[in-house]
Design a protein. Structure first.
Length: 134
């Protein structure tokens, strides 16, 4: 007998965060020198990474990209379609896929004697000026 991978609560949390990621595209303002808008999706993407496991966050972000690729207006400014992925903002959209999977600060490395590195603009409880040694 096979058990379910995710519970109903997990699926509900993933669906609500995917919907929040879609709705946050409408909170945007343009940057005059580029073609990319600044949106609330950056904050929501960090929220997705914070509240879900790596696998769940990856599925949630992939669902958002898939919805936009088929034409649902979930990208910045209410745009959607495959042309958005092939255009100037496509790199930003596709580049958001691995963000929840990057272990900037894993719980095992968050001991009181160690520090964790996070790029500017991301959520982190500990910061140091350089990445940890490999």
């Amino acid at each position: 007998m096979q058990t379910n991978r995710w519970s109903i609560q997990d699926l509900t949390r993933m669906a609500l965060l995917a919907a929040l990621l879609c709705a946050s595209a409408y909170i945007a303002f343009p940057i005059p020198i580029t073609l990319v808008n600044v949106t609330a999706q950056t904050f929501v993407l960090n929220l997705v990474a914070l509240l879900l496991t790596k696998e769940q966050a990856g599925v949630t972000v992939a669902l958002w990209i898939l919805l936009g690729a088929v034409g649902v207006p979930v990208y910045s400014g209410g745009r959607g379609g495959f042309s958005e992925l092939a255009g100037p903002t496509g790199g930003v959209i596709v580049g958001t896929t691995p963000v929840p999977d990057v272990p900037w600060c894993s719980p095992s490395s968050a001991s009181p004697s160690s520090t964790c590195w996070a790029p500017p603009g991301t959520l982190s409880t500990h910061r140091s000026p350089s990445p940890p040694p490999c």
